[in-house]
Design a protein around this ligand. Sequence first.
Ligand SMILES: Cc1cc2nc3c(=O)[nH]c(=O)nc-3n(C[C@H](O)[C@H](O)[C@H](O)COP(=O)(O)O)c2cc1C
Length: 199
Amino acid sequence: MSDALIGPIKKRRSIYTIGKRKVISEEKIEKIVSTLIQYVPSAYNSQSSRVVLLFGGESSKFWNITKETLRKIVPADSFEKTEKKLAGFDSGYGTILFFEDQKTVNDLMTNFPLFKDNFPLWSCQSVGMLQFAVWTALEAEGLGASLQHYNPLVDDAVKKEWKLPEDWRLFAEMPFGSVEGPAGPKDFLPIETRFKVFR
Ligand SMILES: Cc1cc2nc3c(=O)[nH]c(=O)nc-3n(C[C@H](O)[C@H](O)[C@H](O)COP(=O)(O)O)c2cc1C
């Protein structure tokens, strides 16, 4: 039974060459993301994660915001490389933006002072679980995705563009689309350096 889950987990990779070839519908992607945001666990069941799913032109807006933000800080002679990289992220179906609601996290810190320092860490863990679940589910549907971090550079412009609540803190951006190129090589550390069993 667990093989049904472990198979896609093993197959999930960072796919940078993505395209617009139709593999599944936008509605199906929407359903996957909305289901996972509900069912991925969170500390104290706080449900602190928030997601914005951008398709087509809306996704391109995100990559334009990123491009214009980076243009101000990347040296002019290396900007062409940056532009090319961003164009790659903008060549799929869309982009998923992952946030954590800071009001939820702050309220937990106030209400449970004994664990105060843990809540921001648990919030990161929770949104990481959600990213992994979505990434793996997209792979299971035959799509390719990667995980990007242009936050916090783009945070203000993103909140302004999509009129998002001030308390939503951006944690990651996941461009996705049809798989148009293979993942790169990947090394694995010897398992015995990472895993111990005692019985
Ligand atoms: C927490 C985390 C942050 C990452 N940040 C980035 C990133 O900013 N840009 C990027 O291209 N890949 C990023 N990655 C992807 C990793 O580089 C990648 O998962 C790793 O090299 C293993 O390759 P795989 O995803 O193909 O299995 C991130 C992955 C994780 C788990």
